[in-house]
Design a protein around this ligand. Structure first.
Ligand SMILES: [Zn+2]
Length: 749
């Protein structure tokens, strides 16, 4: 559901991962020069060559090359930065800001490939490299943002009379750079800078360890289904996948359920073996929380304390205030207000859902003492869905073939974005499962980019789904550079040669990630820093969540939701039932999400007190009135969004913030000519998808919608009543809290 934090090169580096860090010696100029000489020949450092404006040479990557290539690329970048900082001419937009945009090209390339290995091919050899390199990369990022001479030049441009003569996009770039440096500590004195850098390196180490621990718990522990009886209730596709997983592990068992969401959730939905459901649920919700070598609790305490200290150093009351400074919401209070507005109706709905499930269980002969437990929720919800809406997710699934759904997304992209997708085989891939498409403008035939698709789960690939940009769209030097983006998911690969059937939820996720891809592919800006998805955190999920809405349009379903055996389109009666059930189980969905989002925010509002994550989670949920029948979507010890980088820390709320915009934006289509209204699509492209971070997101949204967003469409979409309080938009707070912040908005996701 996320997009990685790899974007902005300078400070983006700070967010990259690593292990416990002693202080790292920084690069000297002499080293820099020698690295540059030595490593020029390494394949990872070469400019990308071949068709489509050059592509990553994934077929030439050796894990052992990452370290020397990263070091050489950092050295080269440092030499470039030092040259900019030491320029004798007075600072100008061209010789400072644009020069910065031009720097670090080799590092961008190495990091793009490094990111692919980190998220999808993370074996023992690679994780060793990652552990070593993460703190070094964090230190390197600080070396740039703490370069006083460089910051003085950026500041000089920011405050110069030249600023007013620049184009709006150029002005925004200057502002983005300036504020980024300030937020990274450029104004601090030398001792504070040194401490900040120490903190960043320590954090980088802790982040790496955190995500490696989660990955280890996912890989090491599986649920072994010993007998046929253990498979009871499971649909054929799940049985096949479980058998295949057992074969892969060379286990003489009836099946294996791997410890990832894409396997566990369906098992919890269908297995009628309650003790096994409990086992599966515990396996999954205890990731990172099992004591021993892979336990994350102590790491979390350290991460929170370091973040609190860093926020104070930078002049913010808490990490939440620091992080929210650079968002649409602007303050933790504004984000909390939105979450609290939705929390109560969501919890009230959970109680209704539980009552329905209890009643059904009783009807089926459960004893009077029977109580829905968290491992029962999905199972009984599915039964209620069937009973009330005559809707069987397995029936729906037979119409959702992965390949057809992908074609459906392409079709939507053709209608709304005028894109055409053509499969290509002339580029190297890093795994045989990966396929690549060339994306062209339908009218001009011009290539706008490449789309890589890596659909299946495998060992070493992190769970979930995400989008990534290997290369950003830009035209810094006049010549258009087309983007290269990828979508990644963890579908369970079925039997050889048979279509992969996916759930409605999975199909929604597919459209979601494709929305991020379209955001990247639509980008039409000059400067790479402002390109594509490089927008603020709580805006970046808006285009992706918006696109989810097109899955359920009749145009997509009638053409692409085709039965995997008969090829017949999904019957209208079934579509009607899907539509009637659209708000079903929203209590569960919204509450499990909000519980995570609230815990994230409260952890980061707690300041520098020493937090025991287990106690904090338990007590906070109790005080919120969290229903006992379900659990946070991501419990604290496995909350990768928040603890595997600074990425979504104090930022998990962003999905809710963005979905308010998404629901409101989709209602603009339905109020006009419908989901495929050409004028509305044009407005959306012009004001949202093409502009990257060249405009203030609130202004961009207003230009598209003709007004500020309102929460009404979201509440309606989820079937929640509007609360008595004035249900406004997620209105940005008037004044940012903290002192290092300047007023307006800014950048970086
Ligand atoms: Zn997303």
């Amino acid at each position: 559901m996320s997009i990685p934090t790899s974007h902005r090169r300078l400070v983006g580096l700070v967010a990259v991962l690593g292990l416990a860090a002693p202080s790292i010696p920084t690069l000297s100029m002499a080293q820099a020069v020698s690295y540059t000489k030595v490593a020029k020949q390494a394949p990872l450092l070469q400019p990308w060559s071949g068709p489509h404006g050059g592509v990553p040479a994934f077929d030439q990557v050796k894990v052992a090359d990452f370290k020397p290539a990263l070091e050489a690329a950092m050295a080269e970048n440092l030499a470039e930065i030092n040259a900019i900082a030491a320029n004798k001419q007075s600072p100008t937009f061209e010789n400072t800001i644009v020069a910065l945009e031009r720097s670090g090209r080799a590092l961008d390339r190495v990091q793009a490939v490094y990111g692919v290995w980190s998220s999808t091919l993370n074996d023992a050899a690679f994780s060793g490299v990652q552990t070593e390199m993460a703190p070094k990369m964090a230190a390197f990022g600080d070396q740039i943002t703490q370069n006083t001479a460089l910051f003085k030049r950026i500041e000089a441009v920011y405050t110069s009379p030249e600023m007013k003569k620049l184009t709006p996009e150029q002005q925004r770039l200057v502002e983005v750079d300036y504020k980024q440096f300030v937020r990274a500590g450029a104004r601090l004195d030398a001792p504070a800078k040194a401490r900040l850098s120490q903190i960043n390196q320590q954090l980088a180490g802790l982040f790496t360890k955190f995500s490696q621990n989660v990955l280890a718990d996912e890989a090491d522990s599986v649920l072994v289904l010993k007998t046929e009886q253990d498979l009871s209730g499971l649909p054929t596709s799940l049985r096949d996948a479980a058998k295949a997983a057992a074969d892969t592990r060379k286990l003489a068992a009836a099946g294996v359920i791997t410890n990832t969401r894409s396997s566990i959730d369906p098992f919890l939905t269908y297995s009628d073996q309650r003790p096994l459901r409990e086992k599966a649920w515990r396996l999954f919700t205890n990731r990172g929380d099992n004591g021993g070598a892979h336990d994350n609790n102590a790491l979390i305490t350290q991460i929170l304390q370091l973040r609190a200290e860093r926020a104070k150093l930078l002049g913010y009351p808490t990490h939440a205030h620091l992080r929210l400074d650079n968002t649409m919401a602007k303050t933790p209070e504004a984000a909390m207000q939105l979450m609290e507005q939705v929390w109560k109706p969501a919890v009230a709905r959970v109680h209704e859902e539980v009552a329905d499930m209890q009643a059904l269980a009783k009807k089926e002969g459960a004893p009077a003492s029977f109580k829905i437990e968290p491992w029962d929720y999905r199972y009984y919800a599915e039964k209620v869905r069937k009973a009330r809406y005559d809707l069987d997710q397995n029936e729906v699934k037979q119409y959702l073939q992965l390949d057809k759904m992908r074609e459906g997304m392409f079709w939507v992209a053709g209608e709304l974005f005028n894109f055409n997708f053509v499969p290509v085989t002339d580029v190297p891939v890093y795994h045989p499962d990966v396929r690549v498409w060339q994306v062209n403008d339908k009218t001009t035939g011009k290539q706008v980019g490449l789309w890589y698709f890596d659909p299946y789960a495998r060992p070493g690939k992190k769970s979930g789904a995400w989008m990534n940009a290997y290369r950003k769209q830009e035209r810094l030097d006049g010549q258009p550079v087309t983007t290269i983006v990828s979508n990644n998911s963890n579908f369970v690969k079925g039997k050889e040669g048979e279509p992969v059937l996916i759930s409605w939820t999975d199909a929604t996720t597919l459209f979601h990630e494709f929305g991020h891809a379209l955001h990247g592919l639509s980008s039409n800006v000059t400067y790479p820093t402002l390109s594509g998805t490089s927008v603020v955190r709580d805006y970046v999920e808006f285009p992706s969540q918006l696109l989810e809405n097109w899955l359920s349009t009749p145009e997509v379903l009638s053409r692409f939701a085709l039965h995997y055996q008969t090829g017949k389109p999904i019957p209208q009666a079934l579509v009607d039932r899907i539509s009637k059930a659209s708000t079903f189980n929203e209590g569960f969905e919204t509450t499990e999400f909000l519980a995570s989002a609230l815990i994230d925010m409260k952890l980061h509002l707690a300041g520098d007190q020493k937090i025991d994550p287990d106690t904090f989670e338990r007590e906070t949920l109790a005080s919120l009135g969290m229903p006992s029948e379900l659990v946070m979507r991501h419990r604290t010890p496995q909350f990768n969004h928040v603890f595997s980088s600074d990425g979504y820390s104090a930022g998990y709320y962003s999905y809710l913030w963005s979905v308010v915009l998404a629901a409101d934006a989709f209602s603009a289509f339905t109020e006009a000519g419908g989901p495929y209204d050409k004028d509305m699509a044009a407005r959306l492209r012009q004001n949202v998808f093409t502009v990257g971070n060249t405009v203030d997101p609130a202004a961009g949204y207003r230009a598209f919608r003709g007004r500020d967003p309102k929460i009404d469409a979201l509440m309606k979409q989820r079937g929640f009543p509007m609360t008595a309080t004035k249900a406004g938009a997620p209105a940005p707070a008037k004044k940012p809290v903290g002192k290092a912040q300047p007023a307006k908005t800014t950048k970086r996701k």
